[in-house]
Ligand binder design. Structure first.
Ligand code: ZN
Length: 675
């Protein structure tokens, strides 16, 4: 059973003051995206063995890059390879508007791991013309282009042009519109030749069969495969050595085997061993065994995520996208999360959720603050700022989960956002701005901690309710549940008692920012005329609009116009907290009972539609600030220092050019066929 969507993404602002730092975070901006670097403080203090472990796991993380492209859309690798070939061989005018737009398009493809926007999942179109595309393809020597066997350049152009330019070809990567066939209308590459009904029937038969034959019924059915129809038969093509993506997986395994020689604890060694076995067999029982071993590894400083994990990319929420994150524990920062996880049962007991939906025993939620050393696959270049894994509900219940807050990434966000004018534009009062400046960073991180290490782990499903009961509404409801848990407790006086916050201004700062974002500023990520699609955005809209509407009579939140600009002002923080509690109770009931209709009603009523007038205003105000709403990251690079054959050290350096890194990755880490 999958419980997906266990990540938090940063809001578009994140602009709070922090300590002075000369490191250059911001490198460039294009389209709606900016590129930052992140620091890896503490890497130099790791032992040689730990550094080697980071190095090997980082290489494994990079080897899966092309899997992400291919999973996102079947022609992504072909397109990327073509664009890179043109870029590398280009001899024409680099200052022409067409060429500049070509480069922006290529950067966007790298940024999104394909031709669909990483967040909205809509296909984005080039801003150069088809004619110009023909010119630059024709200028490129044929042996540099990924032509099919015997294919002429004309045929090649005829193949590529609609993929890039026709808005009706593969228009959306993940379509969640319940009125349409989710499988057929989504461009992501998890199904071929099958429709939604066939896919549903295939997996329900598989589950029934497992039950009948007394096989493991708890595995995450379909997680690591593509479902295809061949010669009229529907079969799974499993991602494994010897199966689909074998070229990349062999490399991943090769590096994992090296990593296994330098693991820190027997538990970690066991986890890596099981992960390798899983990549060899593709067996989802082994995948679960790996996850259990991974959850048990609590004493290693270096840790990692590597596998087919989150299911946002699949409209049916079954297929895992490949991702990797290599990290090590921030021991000082983790003191905060340790207090929370130690008191997990306490929070569960006093939460406003109905008693029958609470966990009697909250097990093994381990939470830590981490420093990321490498992002890979779906987490690169855009990354979550918090993660809670594994996703399988039964493992979380029996063995617990690991929850992390990624401090060096949020720090990079905050550093880069200093003085960008965002708060000054959208916050109503000086008081709000000052509160954000003083407490915003702590409030953001603490909310992420609460969301990840308590929110997702809280509550339980009724007997017989599958984690997939809410289908296309699952991710939104699950994220809302975790957010509401965090919002309810961020303003609980108990946090002060635990020494986690200095006063209740921290909770207020979070409420200011959440309401501002959910009601207004997150709209900067939506194009005019579009609705809200992404699960985390839907979750935030749902919560903010629900509490706004339910608190209208008491003016808990007030919509104010000043000098023609809209603001949302919180008049009563205490009453707002009660509203968050009320909604948490509702959302937990929906989750526990698997009440699809109630989920649908709530999401469709509050989370999807956009007020066109407010939207237009927000976009206009935001445009003046010239801030890109999305952020991607350049990874550091690691180099082995050797004395003969002996590794004596691992050096870290911080490259500052996105294009150079992307080209380097494509050159060194392409292990899959382009066609
Ligand atoms: Zn989450």
């Amino acid at each position: 059973m999958m419980s997906t969507a266990i990540t938090v993404f940063a809001s578009p602002q994140s602009g709070t003051e922090n300590k002075k730092d000369d490191f250059k975070y911001f490198t460039e901006q294009f389209a709606d995206s900016k590129i930052l670097r992140y620091q890896v403080p503490g890497f130099e203090n790791l032992s040689l063995q730990q550094k080697k472990l980071v190095y090997y796991l980082s290489q494994a993380a990079l080897c899966g890059r092309d899997i992400t492209y291919d999973q996102n859309f079947k022609s992504n690798l072909l397109i990327r390879t073509t664009l890179e070939a043109i870029y590398r061989n280009f001899t024409g005018d680099r200052n022409s508007a067409d060429y500049k737009n070509f480069v922006i398009y290529l950067k966007r493809v790298w940024f999104c791991n394909g031709i669909h926007h990483h967040y909205s999942t809509d296909k984005f179109l080039p801003e150069f013309s088809q004619d110009y595309f023909a010119v630059i393809v024709n200028q490129t020597k044929p042996e540099a282009l990924p032509l099919a066997k015997g294919q002429s350049k004309e045929q090649f152009l005829a193949e590529l042009t609609p993929l890039l330019f026709n808005p009706d070809v593969a228009p959306k990567r993940v379509n969640l519109d319940p009125e349409s066939d989710l499988v057929l209308t989504s461009a992501s590459n998890f199904y071929a030749g099958v429709n939604q009904k066939e896919a549903e029937e295939f997996y329900s038969a598989m589950k029934k069969d497992a039950k009948k034959n007394k096989k493991d019924t708890l595995i995450s059915f379909g997680l690591n495969s593509k479902l295809v129809k061949e010669n009229g038969r529907i079969i799974e093509k499993t991602y494994k050595i010897g199966g689909l993506y074998t070229g990349a997986i062999e490399q991943i395994v090769m590096w994992l085997e090296k990593a296994q020689t330098v693991t820190e604890t027997p538990e970690q060694n066991d986890a890596v061993k099981k992960l390798i076995a899983y990549y060899r067999s593709g067996d989802l029982v082994t995948w679960d065994e790996y996850n259990i071993a991974w959850v048990k590894d609590l004493n290693s400083l270096v840790d990692f995520v590597n596998g087919f994990i989150e299911v946002y990319g699949d409209p049916m929420a079954m297929k895992g996208s490949w991702e990797s994150i290599v990290n090590f524990k921030d021991v000082e920062g983790s003191k905060r999360t340790e207090i929370l996880s130690r008191n997990a049962q306490y929070f569960e007991d006093i939460s406003p959720v109905a008693p029958e939906f609470k966990k009697d025993k909250v097990k093994g939620i381990s939470a830590k603050v981490i420093t990321v050393a490498q992002l890979g696959g779906e987490c690169d270049p855009t990354t979550p700022i918090g993660i809670n894994l594994p996703n399988a509900n039964w493992i979380r219940k029996e063995y617990g989960s690991k929850s992390v807050t990624i401090d060096n990434i949020t720090n990079a966000y905050d550093q880069a956002a200093k003085g960008n004018g965002f708060l000054q534009e959208f916050a109503f009062s000086k008081e709000e701005i000052e509160r954000a400046g003083e407490y915003g960073h702590l409030a953001g991180n603490l909310t992420t901690d609460l969301h990840e290490c308590l929110g997702h782990g809280s509550g339980q499903l009724n007997k017989g309710v599958g984690a997939d009961a809410l289908k296309n509404y699952h991710s939104t409801i699950e994220e809302a549940r975790a957010d509401l848990f965090a919002l309810y407790f961020i303003k609980d006086p108990v946090l002060e008692k635990f020494g986690l916050v200095p006063n209740d201004e921290v909770g207020k700062a979070e409420y200011d920012s959440f309401i501002r974002n959910g009601l207004m500023t997150q709209l900067v990520r939506i194009q005019p005329g579009k609705t809200i699609e992404e699960s985390h955005m839907r979750d935030r809209a749902l919560i903010a609009r629900w509490v706004f509407e339910k608190g209208k009579d008491d003016k808990i939140i007030e919509q104010v116009t000043r000098d023609g600009k809209t603001y949302f002002v919180i008049n009563n923080y205490k009453a707002l907290r009660e509203k968050f509690g009320e909604l948490l109770k509702i959302v937990q009931r929906i989750t526990s009972e698997g009440d699809y209709n109630a989920a649908k009603e709530l999401v469709e009523a509050y989370a999807v539609q956009v007020d066109p007038v407010l939207h237009k205003e927000v976009l206009a105000r935001y445009e003046k600030l010239n801030i890109a709403p999305y952020t991607g990251f350049i990874n550091p690079e690691y180099t082995l220092v050797k004395n003969g054959e002996t590794i004596t050290d691992v050096k870290i350096n911080y490259p500052d050019d996105f294009t150079t890194q992307m080209l380097k990755y494509s050159k060194n880490f392409s292990f899959l066929p382009v066609r």
